[in-house]
Design a protein around this ligand. Structure first.
Ligand code: DQA
Length: 148
């Protein structure tokens, strides 16, 4: 099985970007932790970060032909703006969990609407980097159940 992890704009700066809000863990730390957890279940996990909306859309479209079974996505600021990325996920019909490091509901009002949540299997927010591992644990359990 394959799981794709997508990270939107500015998440390449994790670790140094507003650490009071987003924590000190870097994206490569997050990837390493997820990768080793997935490997223990013989699941192939791939991560992709982009600051460009179209590249994220291209990656989602490619996932369909690659047989990706589940997506874990933090659309970052595109959460609140991107109908196009939402539409790409709807087009490929790959189930996804939406992750946010911060508790978006405790922040500015414009962060409280997501173009992704109503189609997500679930949403994790406010748990910092741990949220990605929680989402992964869920995805692994779900893949196991669906393969049996
Ligand atoms: C974020 C929350 C978004 O509102 C913000 O634009 C981000 C990161 C989070 O992980 O908390 O870039 O998705």
């Amino acid at each position: 099985a394959r799981i794709l992890v997508l990270h939107g704009p500015n998440l390449n700066l994790l670790g140094s970007r507003e650490p009071d809000i987003y924590g000190k863990t870097t994206l490569s730390d997050i990837h390493a932790a997820m990768e080793s957890r997935a490997r223990a279940d013989s699941v192939l996990l791939e991560s992709f970060q982009s600051n460009h909306e179209g590249q994220l859309i291209d990656r989602v479209q490619a996932a369909a032909s690659e047989g990706v079974a589940f997506i874990i996505i933090n659309p970052a600021a595109y959460t609140h703006t991107s109908v196009a990325l939402r539409d790409a996920l709807a087009a490929v019909q790959i189930p996804y969990v939406e992750v946010h490091l911060s508790n978006v509901h405790a922040r500015e009002p414009f962060r409280q609407h997501s173009y992704f949540s109503d189609r997500a299997v679930g949403v994790v927010c406010g748990l910092g980097a741990y949220g990605y591992l929680a989402a992964l644990e869920f995805a692994l359990t779900r893949l196991r159940e669906h393969n049996n």
